[in-house]
Design a protein around this ligand. Structure first.
Ligand code: IPM
Ligand code: MG
Length: 356
């Protein structure tokens, strides 16, 4: 098969981790006889520096023309003092919105080789961590009106959070569809004791739940969910929640698996085109030092093959190669534990590519 992938290296550690993911994709192309055409485009800080805009129209056009998009990370201290609507992160949000990617899938799975790196007590980690956060990605407070104004002589800032029924319905449906192929449990997370958006969310979620009698459904308040993730993560299968709660809970969920550097994500809309990125940020403090963990990006490439190209064996080959590299006790700094071998980003990537 021939497929086009729009590639966004981004800022900070972005270029080095994407480089490794591309090596792994090349190994897959060779082994399985595919041709992947890479179209490199700019987003975030790199795009601001080159064009003055965080998401140039040319980038959106190239992504729309591609079969899938692979992204490293955007943002960094260099652009931190720009106004909110000019920051690198705004480019990422505009791209997600422009591609209509409302469903963000963030798996939290404990790799058995990494059990020692999990900050959870051994007996809690041993009970198993394997759940999926399904985060609504193009609505809620991220996309509401933002403003700062002078009111009675002091600054007052406002961020509007709103959800329409259809926005909730499609993401909750995504969660139930995925749950049918997993352990058939959905936990919908909200703050229905305080927020109107959450009360609507819960009402819609309960309606959709009734269409899936085989799936066990529960609601959970977001503060309780934050606690349950560290207390008893084995209880979760699919967790569905709105944009900002999902941002926060998915970082928490990733950390208990040993390192946020391991976790990939897929952002999907109506078609097969998706955006694939690790859930971590651009880590400017370690950029360019060959210290970054490329696994989150490499596993994002695996999700890309699975969800956008329907290449199941190819995706599984990447995941197996990652497992083998971990079984050889290779670790980047973020997931290092005693008795393991500390390697850099490039060595981790080339080892995984060679194991394909
Ligand atoms: C993420 C990131 C982004 C988000 C930032 C960079 C805008 O934290 O993908 O989780 O909040 O969505
Ligand atoms: Mg985040």
């Amino acid at each position: 098969m021939q497929k086009t992938i729009a590639v966004i290296k981004g800022d900070g550690i972005g270029p080095e981790i994407v480089e490794q993911a591309l090596q792994v994709l090349q190994a897959v192309a060779q082994k399985f006889g595919h041709t992947f055409v890479y179209n490199q485009v700019l987003l975030g800080g790199a795009a601001i520096d080159a064009t003055g805009e965080a998401m140039p129209q040319a980038t959106l056009d190239a992504c729309l023309a591609a079969d899938a998009v692979l992204l490293g990370a955007v943002g960094g201290p260099k652009w931190e003092n720009l106004p909110g609507d000019k920051r690198p992160e705004k480019g990422l949000l505009a791209l997600r919105k422009g591609l209509g990617l409302y469903a963000n899938l963030r798996p939290a799975r404990l790799f058995s080789a990494l059990a020692a790196a999990s900050p959870l007590r051994a007996d809690i980690a041993a009970a198993g961590i394997d759940f999926l956060v399904v985060r609504e990605l193009i609505g809620g407070v991220y996309f509401g009106e933002h403003s700062t104004a002078m009111v009675n002589g002091e600054k007052k800032a406002t961020d509007v959070m709103s959800y329409a029924e259809d926005e909730v319905e499609r993401i909750v449906r995504t969660a139930f569809t995925i749950a049918m192929g997993r352990r058939k449990k959905v936990t919908s997370v909200d703050k229905a004791n305080v927020l109107d958006t959450s009360r609507l969310w819960r009402e819609v979620a309960e309606k959709i739940a009734a269409e899936y009698p085989e799936v066990t459904y529960e609601n959970m308040l977001v503060d309780n969910a934050a606690m349950q993730i560290v207390k008893n993560p084995a209880q979760f299968d699919v967790m569905v929640t709105e944009n900002m709660f999902g941002d926060i809970l998915s970082d928490e969920a990733s950390m208990i698996t040993g390192s946020i550097g391991m976790i990939p994500s897929a952002s999907l809309g109506e078609g097969t085109r998706g955006l694939y990125e690790p859930i971590h940020g651009s880590a400017p403090d370690i950029a360019g030092q060959d210290k970054a963990n490329p696994v989150g990006t490499i596993l994002s490439a695996a999700m890309l093959l699975r969800h956008s190209f329907n290449m199941q064996a190819e995706a599984a080959a990447i995941e197996a190669a990652v497992d083998k590299a971990l079984a050889q006790n290779l670790r980047t700094g973020d997931m290092m534990s005693e008795g393991c071998v500390l390697v850099g980003c490039a060595k981790m990537g080339s080892t995984i590519a060679a194991l394909i």
